[in-house]
Design a protein around this ligand. Structure first.
Ligand code: ATP
Ligand code: MG
Length: 331
């Protein structure tokens, strides 16, 4: 599938998955991949921007206003006839916090001054706790407002970890059912509408080729489809070891046939142990990928494990091109 067409399938992509599987990294990679084919992208962190700024070479956390991460050439692309010419698009980042979303909501309803005082005294927390799902719904309502404003071609949301992601995405439906009427209900209904419309929103589940993340990805996928009716994009299996052949070869023999210095017996032993470790790791990974294929009928995109101490702009570019390759290979 064409990368630009993929990125234009829906206005919002929510990147979700178990804690630590690489949601933030994949959010950055998807933003890069989309910008590479000319889309104007807004990256949204929820509550705080976490590791997102570093992945774009920034050292300051995102705020509630847009931060320019990549100037791109969005204006050139937009000036034409709408045809993607593969000039890089702009990337901006921001956070959406539940407190700010709540403040904005109350402000929009003429309660601005009161609400500020309520936040300062912590009273809003009491209200939000008393109405389960309120904070999540308000955050999504803010994302929906950003989507409706159409200030970006694609909004990529770095969602909370799995358990929270399910609550995060199901809470609006619960509120829409529970609220008798009024502004709260209509907000919740509008969120539910956005989530159920594949041209407006889809969820990209990220997992690792490990037992628990695969189990959680499968369970989350079914719950999100059943309980939210949200469209699921391909599953991204992040951090997969590139598959190497001949790991059981004798290191000394392999060195001889390659015409390089033959390692000492001690080093040969260590190389053989490293080869055996990698072979076990690959077998485990293949088993988990098989399980995922068997239990979840969604297309998969595999991203490589990058052997870097820390991920930054360079690594995100590598993962973005790998992600683009995976998208191109989709049916
Ligand atoms: N493909 C990869 N290769 C190597 N390291 C990776 C890869 N993807 C992510 N990492 C590393 O794994 C760690 C977790 O990644 P990341 O922060 O993106 O996960 P997350 O799902 O957003 O975590 P959290 O649930 O805590 O928000 C980070 O240290 C990141 O640099
Ligand atoms: Mg994260």
């Amino acid at each position: 599938m064409d990368v630009s067409a993929f990125c234009r399938q829906s206005n919002v992509v929510v990147v979700a998955g178990k804690g630590g599987v690489g949601k933030t990294t994949v959010t950055a990679a998807l933003a890069r991949a989309a910008a590479s084919c000319g889309l104007d992208v807004l990256v949204v962190g929820l509550d705080d921007s976490g590791g997102l700024p570093a992945l774009f070479g920034q050292d300051r956390p995102f705020g509630y206003d847009d931060v320019l991460l990549e100037p791109g050439r969005a204006s050139d692309a937009a000036a034409g006839d709408g045809i993607c010419r593969h000039v890089p698009g702009r990337i901006r980042g921001r956070v959406v916090t539940s407190d700010a979303a709540l403040l904005q909501y109350l402000g929009d309803h003429g309660l601005g001054r009161v609400s500020r005082r309520l936040v300062q005294t912590g009273a809003l927390d009491v209200v939000a706790t008393a109405i389960p799902g309120l904070k999540e719904m308000l955050v999504l309502a803010r994302v929906k407002q950003i989507e409706r404003d159409q200030t970006a071609d694609l909004v990529v949301v770095d969602a909370p970890a799995t358990g929270h992601a399910v609550t995060f995405l199901t809470s609006s439906g619960g509120l829409a059912d529970a609220a008798r009427g009024g502004a709260l209900r209509s907000q919740a209904e509008q969120v539910v509408e956005m989530l159920a419309d594949p041209s407006r929103c889809q969820v990209l589940l990220v997992t690792a080729a490990e037992e628990t993340p695969v189990n959680e990805a499968v369970e989350t996928a079914y719950r999100l489809e059943d309980e939210v009716g949200v469209h699921l994009g391909p599953v991204v299996v992040n951090g997969c070891y590139p598959v190497l052949d001949h790991l059981d070869a004798d290191p000394a023999g392999a060195a001889r046939s390659a015409g390089v210095a033959v390692p000492s017996a001690h080093d040969s032993g260590r190389l053989a142990a490293a080869g055996a470790f990698r072979a076990r790791r690959q077998a485990h990974q293949a088993h988990q990928l098989d399980r995922l294929a068997r239990d979840l009928p969604l297309p998969r995109i595999v991203l490589p494990y990058l052997f870097s101490a820390e991920l930054g702009v360079r690594e995100v570019a590598i993962l973005a091109s790998s992600l683009a390759g995976g998208i191109e290979a989709l049916p």
